[in-house]
Design a protein around this ligand. Structure first.
Ligand code: PLP
Length: 285
């Protein structure tokens, strides 16, 4: 079955879908995106993703190309047309098409909208979680506005590639004070020997992950203590457990950091429990 994308008002075969070479998303990475989990054909936590999208657009002064409710309809339709039951839906909005010039284009240039969806075999995620993933650390080298979910991801691309080349799955950024900020495409967490879950506050240095915010509510409901504070790679190496969160990975146990085993070197019970319980706390639409 060929895949279908939504591109600026049209549902098209992916093989024919294209954007203008003067699209500012292509020229300057002048755009924002969202990735939403699809589970049983439903979109997970859509209202939160749309609220974050609205915030990202606002911070970059990109106009909303259509009402959020209409965007939601398009995302559902792309999932339906691609018959995705388990996977992700991707939405990207750029500032639009204009002659190349760094400053904003004239008022009236319409933002570009692209939506795609793809299936991911849930057994693959489960197998990864059963094994656990390895992370490496890399120096933080991104701009300070990582709170905006911008398509400008070159440092993230390089960090992820460095992880792959080191035989790991994810890279954790470490800021100039020696604290972990987050992963190249995920939020970072550890579990202390006392069973407290630790993650960096979302005031600075991280994207406020939707999975992160749902997990905070899950922790409260499950009566697991949360400490929102920065932690170092050394603390992570000596922690009982570690894990990462993202819409595409849910809760993924981390078993090694920079080649050092974390805890038993196997996925920890807290991470596995949170992964198993996670969707009790999400919305489906
Ligand atoms: N941090 C970064 C840099 C990310 O790219 C992502 C997801 O792609 C996350 C955190 C996790 O965010 P969410 O849980 O909303 O997927």
């Amino acid at each position: 079955m060929s895949r279908i994308a939504y591109v600026n008002g049209r549902y098209q075969d992916m093989r024919d879908a294209s954007v203008n070479i003067e699209d500012r998303g292509y020229q300057f990475a002048d755009g924002v995106y969202e990735v939403c989990e699809v589970r049983g054909g439903k979109l997970v936590d859509m209202p939160r993703h749309l609220a974050r999208l609205q915030r990202s657009l606002g911070e970059l002064r990109i106009a909303e190309p259509m009402p959020l409710a209409a965007l939601s309809v398009v995302m559902h339709e792309v999932v339906r047309r691609n018959r995705v039951r388990f996977g992700i839906v991707y939405l990207q909005i750029s500032r639009g098409v204009a002659r190349r010039d760094h400053g904003f284009p004239a008022a009236g240039v319409k933002p570009s909208v692209v939506v795609t969806a793809r299936s991911i075999d849930p057994a693959k995620g489960a197998a990864n979680a059963a094994r656990g993933i390895k992370v490496i650390t890399v120096p933080e080298n991104r701009w300070p506005r990582v709170d905006i979910k911008s398509t400008a991801l070159l440092p993230n691309v390089l960090a992820k590639q460095a992880a792959r080349e080191a035989g790991a799955y994810e890279a954790w950024y470490v800021d100039s004070d020696g604290f972990v900020t987050e992963g190249s495409s995920s939020n970072a967490w550890i579990v202390t020997e006392e069973g407290r879950v630790v993650t960096r506050p979302d005031k600075s240095g991280i994207l406020s992950g939707i999975t992160r915010s749902v997990l905070k509510e899950a922790l409260e409901a499950l009566q697991i203590r949360l400490e929102e504070r920065p932690f170092t790679p050394q603390e992570a190496a000596g922690a009982a457990e570690a894990f990462v969160t993202a819409a595409s990975m849910i809760v993924m146990p981390v078993v090694a950091i920079d080649g050092h085993a974390i805890g038993s070197g196997k996925p920890g019970p807290v991470a596995l429990r949170l992964r198993e319980q996670f969707h009790r706390f999400t919305t489906f639409s």
